[in-house]
Design a protein around this ligand. Structure first.
Ligand code: HEC
Length: 159
């Protein structure tokens, strides 16, 4: 992970931990996910799931920081794996609760995030399909739809 990633991640974690209202955090993750939609990425070779995991996801998922499901823990991952590939990849791309969009690394390609999800699922004994442009796109749409619903609910609860 380069310095910028680390800084971004630290800010993200600090923001996450210090934010007391869900609404503010949801708003922040929404902004981050909009920025993450079109990262500048010319000439960057896509990493494998294992590489992405080791560069980004391990920070939280290695030890279960901030309530992140710990990688390799079958008990924790079984219900998540049951939610399915599209659901998990969608959440990893757009963020969910304390999970920042793309794990706080917006420069990752969507497909790299999906590969990391497949890698973590496999660490817990799950078998997901190989990410393709089509299934990653479908997962992103699914995640964005669910996130929009969460934002709507959060906004409604503040009125
Ligand atoms: C800053 C800490 C952090 C980083 C870095 C991080 N995650 Fe997470 N992740 C979380 C937390 C916290 C949760 C639990 C969210 C919840 O359910 O409340 C989570 C949950 C998830 C889930 C389950 C989502 C669901 O539907 O319940 C997936 C999949 C996931 N992360 C994938 C990834 C991938 C892939 C990476 C690396 C690209 C990554 N995470 C990096 C904190 C992180």
């Amino acid at each position: 992970m380069n310095t910028r990633n680390r800084l971004g991640l630290c800010t993200m974690i600090t923001t996450t931990l210090s934010t007391t209202t869900t609404g503010v955090f949801l708003a922040l993750s929404f902004v981050a996910s909009v920025e993450a939609a079109e990262p500048h990425r010319f000439g960057k070779a896509a990493m494998s799931g294992e590489q992405v995991y080791k560069a980004v996801c391990v920070t939280c998922h290695g030890h279960g920081v901030a309530g992140a499901p710990r990688a390799g823990n079958r008990h924790t991952w079984a219900p998540l794996i049951n939610e399915g590939y599209e659901d998990l990849v969608g959440s990893a791309l757009t963020g969910v609760r304390m999970m920042p969009p793309k794990g706080g690394a917006p420069e990752l390609y969507d497909i790299e995030v999906a590969r990391a999800v497949v890698y973590m699922a496999s660490m817990a004994g799950g078998k997901f399909p190989e990410p393709t442009d089509a299934n990653v796109k479908a997962a992103r749409l699914d995640g964005e739809k669910r996130q929009a619903e969460r934002l709507k609910k959060a906004a409604a609860s503040r009125q």
